[in-house]
Ligand binder design. Structure first.
Ligand code: ADP
Ligand code: MG
Length: 299
């Protein structure tokens, strides 16, 4: 599985929802498409799922145009629509037949899927009685029905309460093991719990494509916070003399040390502390949180 999104632009009348957006997703990845409301996430996801067509650019799966590869993609819309009077089983049967699957295959596949998304006990309950989390899990089952190699989910957890959110995240964690995932969210925390790679979109354009650690490092404040015993505070004079240290100060036994390059210097600093028998109670890189970074990038 390899998904290639190449120079996608989508205009609605005179509004550009997505602008020259490119990215690739490799087999086995779980990618979070993150951006505030109106950033263009749903538009891009619908283009990837071949629900709408781009104004320019193209999407390829395994080198072939997406229109010919629809069977390989499972799509969970932001607002999945079900018939409230149908049961969970009937819903999947109906959707499966609609997408051209054989009844016999469906009868075998649906119970396995309902188990997978934790709805086995509710198979004969009507969707009308389902919680938000249950509906979302049914939507995931529907998206997985034809065994796609890629599942694309539009804000799968954003509208859920904490319990529903946890239920759905657990299911996504489980399907992650054998399906490539692209999901969107406007809540960084959601992506942080599920994905390793973040693609940040703002005003229809890609502004970041990075791994969690790289994002944290890139926005690092290049400083280290340490907690050491008061007997060790004299080490600070040595620290101030190190050529890669830009500044060091202590408030009580909390020491803040600013360095040139956090990636290279943090271990050097730690080595110096050990060499000088500093009694370390705490050693941490003083990073912005992901939430702070996200807000800086998109607001
Ligand atoms: P997101 O999912 O990130 O919230 P959308 O992709 O839904 O963003 O929307 C991106 C922009 O495109 C928004 O400004 C939205 O108003 C506009 N837009 C989306 N769909 C349409 C449409 N069918 N017609 C006109 N404008 C649209
Ligand atoms: Mg949306």
């Amino acid at each position: 599985m390899k998904l290639e999104i190449k120079n996608i632009t989508k205009n609605f009348n005179n509004k550009t929802a997505v602008h020259n957006f490119s990215m690739e997703v490799q087999a086995g990845e779980c990618v979070g498409l993150i951006g505030p409301n109106g950033a263009g996430k749903s538009t891009l996801i619908k283009i990837i799922s071949d629900i709408i067509h781009p104004s320019s650019g193209a999407v390829f799966l395994n080198g072939k145009k997406i229109t010919d590869m629809k069977k390989e993609i499972g799509y969970l819309p932001q607002y999945p629509n079900f018939f409230p009077w149908m049961t969970a089983f009937e819903t999947l049967m109906f959707m499966g037949e609609l997408s051209g699957m054989k009844k016999e295959a469906l009868k075998k596949e649906i119970p396995l899927l309902l188990t997978k998304v934790g709805l086995k006990e509710d198979r004969n309950a009507r969707v009308r009685t389902f919680s938000g989390g249950m509906k979302q899990r049914l939507g995931i089952a529907q998206a997985l029905l034809h065994k796609p190699s890629l599942i694309v989910m539009d804000e799968p957890v954003s509208s859920l309460d904490p319990i529903g959110r946890r239920e759905v995240i657990n299911i996504i964690q489980a399907i992650k093991k054998d399906t490539t995932i692209l999901l969107s969210t406007h809540i960084l925390n959601d992506a942080e719990d599920i994905c390793e790679r973040f693609v940040i979109i703002k005003d229809g354009q890609k502004i970041e494509d990075t791994k969690k650690e790289a994002l944290l490092n890139k926005h690092s404040r290049n400083s280290i916070l340490m907690e050491i015993t008061s007997a060790s505070l004299s080490w600070l004079e040595i620290v101030k003399g190190l050529d890669y240290v830009k500044g060091a100060e202590a408030v009580g036994t909390t020491v803040k040390i600013e360095v040139d390059n956090i990636l290279v210097n943090k271990n050097m600093l730690l080595a110096s502390a050990l060499e000088n028998n500093v009694d370390i109670l705490k050693f941490e890189v003083d990073n912005d949180t992901l939430e702070e970074i996200f807000l800086k990038l998109v607001v």
